[in-house]
Design a protein around this ligand. Structure first.
Ligand code: 4AZ
Length: 262
């Protein structure tokens, strides 16, 4: 079962070491100012500014991330990290440029279920508004076109580069094609990591080759198609393995509920 944020390396238990964001290239928050790190220095330490998940600025004061980023996987309880913040404008987490903005409240989709990974979305409210030009628009409720098999999507994050605890300090991105629902349902029909639910999830990756994927620590981060936020890094079996594409929250299924929080 691989569904956790960037834990300290000693606690991470990746199933199979595989390629990071696997198979990607470096990216910059200057080019992608909506890409934020979700962080807690008290829990995760200072070396990477406390980053443990990704997130996306969808309005000047709101960040979309994964619900599971706000839960303790071992206890199944909601976690209250007192210094939860969102880091804006810091490509390199070892540096100090940009801003650490406190999170003043959190909303989790009321249908989120940790046992099934369904409705894995949350909204964080920031203490200070960010530049309106930094936001990324969200997909429309009910949209299907961005999820058509083969559509080019890009995922961003500061997560594991290899599935073995190799956490970069700099942002990465990788392009992954959308995978057909029928393929993903077969890939994850009853595996140890969970089952695929095409209503609330979508898969992306290189189905037969593998080699490109999100990985531990990328959770909560954006899957982008044509300049819109369409998915949230959610779960998967290992990282970048053939036949085990990354599974993302299908934002079009809950876009109205999320918009209701903005
Ligand atoms: C995680 O635990 C995680 N390969 C993120 C993405 C994937 C697996 C696990 C997809 O944060």
């Amino acid at each position: 079962m691989v569904l956790f944020a960037a834990l300290p390396a000693a606690l991470a238990t990746p199933a199979t070491p595989a390629a990071a964001i696997v198979g990607g290239v470096r990216a910059s928050t200057t080019d992608h100012p909506w890409m934020v790190a979700v962080a807690s220095r008290s829990v995760y330490g200072d070396s990477r500014s406390g980053q443990f998940c990704g997130g996306t600025l969808v309005s000047p004061t709101k960040v979309v991330t994964a619900a599971h980023c706000l839960y303790d996987e071992t206890t199944g309880e909601r976690v209250n990290r007192p210094d939860l913040d969102v880091i804006v404008g810091r490509t390199d987490l070892a540096g100090s440029v940009g801003q650490e903005v406190p999170v003043v409240s959190t909303w989790v989709d009321p249908d989120y279920a940790m046992s099934t990974n369904e409705w894995d979305v949350a909204v964080l409210t920031l203490a200070e508004p960010q530049d309106p030009s930094s936001v990324l628009p969200m997909v429309a409720q009910g949209a299907t076109a961005p999820y058509a098999a083969g559509t080019a999507a890009t995922v961003f994050g500061w997560g594991d580069l290899r599935g073995n605890g190799t956490y970069p300090t700099t942002l990465h991105q990788v392009q992954v094609p959308m995978v057909a629902d029928s393929t993903c349902a077969a890939d994850y029909h009853s595996g140890p990591s969970g089952s695929y639910d095409g209503r609330t999830m979508v898969c992306a990756g290189l189905q037969s080759l593998g080699g490109r994927d999100a990985c531990q620590g990328d959770s909560g981060g954006p899957l982008v198609v044509a300049g819109r936020l369409v998915g949230v890094v959610s779960w998967g079996e290992g990282c970048a393995e053939p036949g085990h594409p990354g599974v993302y929250t299908r934002l079009a299924a809950m876009a109205d509920a999320v918009r209701g929080q903005l």
